[in-house]
Design a protein around this ligand. Structure first.
Ligand code: NAP
Length: 267
């Protein structure tokens, strides 16, 4: 079976590697970060050109199953996947990372947007932003009593003495994160609810230091034919599945279920 995996996160690479021995796998990345080298997997780089472009690719390459394993905040490509799958009749599955959960008694809140972040930060002086470039677009809004630390992959140094920019690529260790929080005297963390082990060290550091977290809510994503919250469950579900025969019987599994989906009968 020919699979197209929409990637961009670590688990997508694990999926591609695990499935390559059983199926023909094409792995697609947007091309904004590192281009992976995957043994036995065709890697394609760059956008498809919207829904129509993705649908054309699915047809041309005779893709039988589309797997969305993109980042939870990459909402556009997931929408495109849903629509292209509908246009072409190709089945589409999704790997959805479980969200980070605050523990009982832990301080923090979820906010929907930038305005929500600014409101939640009113009582703090030294926020640490890990939500990409967005804070750099709001330098003029830094309150006089605040100093911001912004960590992102790459950006131009800002012209403000009340903002420090750290350009760095993770993953970061817990010790690195603890040192950063202490060195910059951070009193609140602003983060996406990305989920996944690679980015959780900062959240564990905040938990250990009892620093509150302002979490930017995840965007709504379209429901796939089947959804999985572990790589293992998705790989297990593909063991011996022939999608062209099984497509009509694929049940929808609701978002963020932790149960292992039923494995369809072996042909
Ligand atoms: P996005 O807003 O959902 O997508 C923007 C456009 O990028 C899409 O319309 C598509 O272009 C192209 N694209 C995205 N993912 C692609 C893929 N896997 N293969 C081919 N084209 C893709 O995505 P984003 O937030 O800019 O993120 C870009 C990539 O980085 C995603 O693959 C995501 O998994 C990864 N990533 C994102 C974040 C985040 O916080 N957003 C964090 C870590 C990794 P066309 O319309 O031309 O097809």
């Amino acid at each position: 079976m020919h699979l197209l995996i929409l990637g961009g996160i670590g688990e997508a690479l694990q999926l591609a590697s695990a499935l390559a021995s059983m199926h023909t796998v094409t792995y697609s990345v947007a091309g904004k970060g590192r281009i992976p080298a995957l043994s036995g997997v065709a890697v394609r780089v760059g956008g498809f050109g919207g829904v129509e472009g993705l649908a054309a690719f699915l047809r041309e390459q005779c893709i039988e199953l589309l797997i969305d394993a993109t980042h939870p905040y990459a909402a556009q490509i997931s929408q495109n996947a849903a629509l292209a799958a509908r246009l072409t009749g190709v089945s589409w599955w999704a790997y959805r990372r479980p969200a980070w959960q605050l523990e009982p008694g832990e301080k923090g809140c979820s906010v929907a947007d930038w305005a929500g972040i600014m409101t939640a930060l009113r009582e703090f002086q030294r926020p640490f932003f890990t939500i990409g470039l967005e804070p750099l677009r709001h330098i003029a809004e830094i309150p006089l009593n605040q100093h911001w630390l912004v960590r992102c992959l790459a950006a131009e140094p800002p012209a403000s003495s009340r903002l420090a920019l750290l350009c760095a690529t993770g993953p970061f260790s817990l010790d690195q994160e603890l040192a950063l929080f202490r060195d910059y005297r951070i009193d609140v963390l602003v983060a996406k609810n990305s989920g996944g082990r690679a980015v959780e060290a900062k959240l564990i550091a905040a938990r250990q230091l009892k620093i509150p977290v302002v979490m930017l809510e995840r965007p709504a994503l379209p429901a796939a034919d089947r959804e999985f919250t572990t790589v293992e469950a998705l790989v297990a579900a593909l063991w011996n599945v022939k999608i062209s025969d099984a497509a009509d019987t694929i049940p929808h599994v609701p978002y963020c279920t932790d149960r292992t989906p039923e494995i369809p009968p072996v042909e």
